[in-house]
Design a protein around this ligand. Structure first.
Ligand SMILES: [Zn+2]
Length: 448
């Protein structure tokens, strides 16, 4: 175990030192480093560039062909870090008090290191796997995956496709008084980013009657969309989440049963939970409905000119099962009196929500393994409001789970702080060892 601890820690430190800030990503250097590391255990890797410097690494450990294939997926790029804000330089991979600091330690080079270690151990221990275990470390997740997984599944599908996928997006524990709740991400909301544009006729601000103001229809549209009360929907993942959380928090059993039994009362129930300080209330709200959020507003050039152009950008997130097409019809309906035909609508990005069933042997294996490591823990599926590369695999038919097993790090100043994309991002060496142990055991058990 000591040997594994040293290896996984060093892998992560070296990965952090390769700056893969996206944009520009520059993932090829990190992919080449992994090729070298995997080569030490005689893995043959292929590095495929979607564009120069945007490298994606793939390798596989072959099984006997008697079982399904499993992909250990991670992305190599990270978001920017401003060294002036950090207490420890973000690309040094420094260790302090048993903790590795650096951009990407959580999102998600820590998991890359755990996955590489898992693959090496399967080979070293001569585990007789039935299906192939693949490992892919890819580019560009932080910018939408268009030079990473999305591109790879279009151009090299046969090399990257697998029946099951383990990726980021879940696995962290939520501490409760009666033990930890571990999360497994089984679903993600879809995205509809769109712009509404109005055109008017410019004129002098002192004679507004002779001009057509482009701001007015946009304000109307914003009012219509923001006052819309979306339908409340409990997808299977969210239903299961509520019942699993209630198992550990008996106080929440009654309100959570009420939520599912009476969806129409959901907002009142959540308001009352929020008023008594229940932090989960605001976590649940966006997970049971679509959200329509204006995020940018642009119009006018001068105080005394009636503007002839105005535009607003919306970030709309839809639940699995609510398609982009049906949501567009809904928006058209809502804007019918404003006259959407007069307004231009332009999509910036769209994708449907995705959900994988939790009724699988892999899911059950995750539950079994975690319960052996921590007999009093509970495991729950979760829905992500944001997105990961898992969505590309789910639409291709893979069963995909976000599962980076780790314990929530102890609070700083009494507060749990999420440090993905944040300042002083870090992971403890204990968590690297825990992650490797749980992932290795899960993969070994599922594949044999
Ligand atoms: Zn990530």
């Amino acid at each position: 175990m000591h040997q594994i601890c040293e290896e996984v820690r060093e892998l992560l430190q070296k990965l952090v030192r390769i700056d893969t800030t996206n944009p520009s990503g520059n993932e090829t250097v990190a992919a080449q480093f992994l090729e070298q590391e995997l080569g030490k255990d005689n893995f043959e890797c292929e590095i495929i560039e979607s564009k120069p410097t945007r490298g994606n690494l793939i390798t596989r450990l072959e099984g006997t062909g008697e079982g399904p294939s499993l992909l250990l997926l991670s992305h190599l790029d990270v978001v920017a870090a401003n060294p002036a804000e950090w207490s420890i330089p973000p690309f040094e991979g420094a260790i302090k008090d048993g903790i590795v600091y650096g951009r990407g330690t959580l999102d998600m080079k820590g998991m890359t290191a755990i996955e590489v270690m898992t693959l090496k151990l399967l080979k070293r221990n001569g585990v007789k796997i039935k299906g192939d275990v693949l490992l892919a470390a890819t580019a560009d997740e932080e910018n939408g995956g268009f030079n990473g997984v999305s591109w790879l599944l279009k151009h090299h599908r046969e090399k990257f496709m697998a029946d099951y996928v383990l990726n980021e997006g879940g696995g962290a524990s939520i501490p409760t008084r009666s033990g930890n709740i571990f999360t497994v991400n089984t679903a993600e909301k879809g995205v509809m980013w769109f712009k509404l544009k109005a055109k008017g006729v410019p004129g002098h601000g002192s004679m507004p009657n002779t001009a057509v103001n482009a701001i007015s229809p946009i304000i109307c549209a914003v009012e219509k969309l923001c006052s819309y009360k979306p339908e409340i929907v409990y997808v299977p993942t969210v239903k299961a989440f509520l019942s699993k959380v209630a198992e550990k928090n008996p106080d929440l059993r009654e309100p959570f049963e009420e939520l599912i039994g009476h969806p129409e009362k959901s907002m009142q129930i959540l308001d009352s939970l929020a008023s008594r300080g229940e932090p989960l209330a605001e976590e649940i709200r966006p997970r049971i409905q679509l959200t329509l959020t204006p995020t940018m507003l642009l119009g006018g050039v001068k105080a005394n000119i009636v503007p002839s152009e105005c535009e607003v950008t919306f970030d709309c997130r839809i639940l699995p099962g609510q398609s982009v097409d049906s949501t567009l019809s809904l928006i058209r309906g809502l804007l019918s009196d404003v006259g959407l035909s007069e307004l231009g609508l332009e999509f910036l990005q769209t994708c449907n929500g995705t959900e994988s069933s939790m009724q699988t042997v892999l899911y059950q294996t995750i539950v079994d393994v975690l319960c052996e490591f921590e007999p009093n823990c509970t495991v729950t599926p979760t829905l992500l409001c944001g997105g990961t590369d898992s969505k590309f695999y789910r639409v291709q038919g893979s069963i995909c789970y976000g599962f980076h097993p780790m314990h929530t790090e102890p609070p700083i100043d009494g507060k749990y702080v999420r440090r993905e994309h944040g300042i002083d991002e870090r992971i403890s060496i204990d968590n690297l060892v825990f992650g490797t142990s749980v992932l290795y055991e899960t993969v070994k058990r599922f594949m044999t």
